[in-house]
Design a protein around this ligand. Structure first.
Ligand SMILES: Cc1cc2nc3c(=O)[nH]c(=O)nc-3n(C[C@H](O)[C@H](O)[C@H](O)COP(=O)(O)OP(=O)(O)OC[C@H]3O[C@@H](n4cnc5c(N)ncnc54)[C@H](O)[C@@H]3O)c2cc1C
Length: 377
């Protein structure tokens, strides 16, 4: 068992929120990060990675590259009690003084970085060798992937099959119709209110799919971009199970504490904070919890720190969907815009330089530096 001595912070999940939290806390506490992968990945770069794997290698970063003091346990958490996290494989039991749950959404990624990069190369080869591509799911991920493909390869036939009545249901109706219009202008076929069971038709060589409405889609390859459930299954039978809501999210208070437990926090997509589930908001959660944990650790968990704890306020944040390298669709609180203007903000560098800088990583290439300068202007 990995024992603790009063200031041990165990962070479960090394994604956008957990990795940043570990980075900002590692000089202030005894931090242990538990993650089944050996690396941190910037998720919003992984659609472009399917087109240009080499350009986004810097978005898959070994935990040991940005963490210098924290201990990394490469394993999945399988259960937890009021003082110990149990992990699978060789990770064993990890004792904690403070616990942060940051397991986001369920996602099967290889343990090793090399294997993850090979997945991008494999996807690139599949796309390159296909004339027709089926995308299942018309949420932000499906729409962004379709756009990446058709902007780089206008000759490819892309079809989106989407179960809902409109694309981008996490955004308003205006955004949905603008996205539909944009995709149609790029000759993407969009089939709404239909589903397709790709597992029933599984196999590398299957290239005819039938939708629930009986339509036939010819596709040399397909990508499933439907929503992924929250990764809270491992908590349900634990002492935190009573704080998991009907959608699998952890119920948190204004300090992002779970069930008002003094030493248990949650950050990122796993929380029930009533706002869009976005990476930059997950980063804000991490910063609030980081400040709170610094206070609690410094004060030995005493009452003074309790009174000073920072609050998190749910955000009415903007959502931006990238449409290839130049265009984007942004839903702001007061308007919805599409085209080159919102495209100036996100699509070129996908905030990769900024995210690397937040993780204390060098902007090692000239490309990184010029992109950062452009973002700042
Ligand atoms: C393709 C794509 C594009 C996106 N585009 C944007 C965008 O443009 N802007 C934006 O703001 N947001 C975007 N998002 C959303 C954003 O990525 C998420 O909101 C963000 O990743 C949530 O961060 P998180 O740390 O809560 O979870 P995640 O980043 O999902 O990380 C969860 C971590 O927990 C680990 N984990 C899971 N289960 C366990 C377990 N049992 N034990 C230990 N570890 C575990 C996982 O391995 C992972 O490392 C996008 C998401 C995707 C997938």
């Amino acid at each position: 068992m990995l024992r603790c001595g009063g200031d041990r912070v165990v962070i479960v999940g090394g994604g956008i929120a957990g990795a940043l939290l570990a980075k900002t806390l590692e000089s202030h506490a005894d931090v242990v990060l538990i993650d089944p992968k050996e690396y941190f990945e910037i998720p919003w770069a992984n659609l472009r990675a399917k087109m240009e794997p080499a350009a986004v290698e810097r978005t898959v970063i070994p935990h040991t590259e940005y963490l210098h003091h924290a201990k990394v346990v490469t394993a999945s958490a399988v259960s937890v009690d009021d003082s110990v996290v149990l992990t699978s494989g060789g990770g064993g039991a990890v004792a904690y003084d403070f616990l942060v749950i940051a397991t986001g959404r369920m996602c099967n990624r290889p343990q090793r970085r090399d294997d993850r990069l090979r997945m991008f190369e494999h996807d690139k080869a599949r796309i390159a060798s296909s004339n027709s591509i089926l995308i299942v799911g018309g949420g932000p991920i499906g729409v962004e992937l379709a756009a990446e493909i058709v902007m780089a390869n206008p000759e490819k036939h892309v079809t989106i099959v989407h179960g809902g009545p409109r694309l981008l249901m996490v955004m308003g109706e205006k955004a949905s119709s603008k996205a539909l219009e944009w995709l149609k202008s790029k000759h993407v076929v969009v089939l709404l209110d239909q589903t397709v069971d790709v597992t029933a038709a599984a196999g590398e060589n299957v290239n005819v799919f039938t939708t629930s409405a009986g339509e036939t889609v010819n596709a040399d390859c397909h990508f499933v971009c439907t929503g992924r459930p929250v990764a809270s299954g491992w908590l349900k039978d634990s002492f935190l199970g009573e704080h998991v809501d009907g959608e699998g999210r952890l119920m948190v208070d204004e300090h992002l504490r779970v069930g008002r437990l003094r030493n248990v926090f949650a950050v990122g997509d796993i929380t029930d904070v009533p706002e869009a589930k976005q990476g930059y908001l997950a980063q804000r959660h991490a910063m609030v919890v980081s400040r709170n944990l610094k206070l609690l650790v410094k004060d030995g968990g005493g009452k003074t720190a309790e009174q000073k704890l920072h609050r998190y306020k749910a955000s009415k944040a903007a959502i931006t969907v990238t449409l290839g390298r130049r265009d984007a669709l942004s839903e702001l609180p007061f308007m919805t815009v599409i085209g080159h203007i919102p495209g100036v903000v996100k699509p070129r560098d996908l905030f990769i330089s900024r995210t690397r800088r937040m993780m204390g990583l060098k902007l090692s290439t000239r490309h990184d530096q010029s992109m950062l300068q452009r973002e700042q202007h």
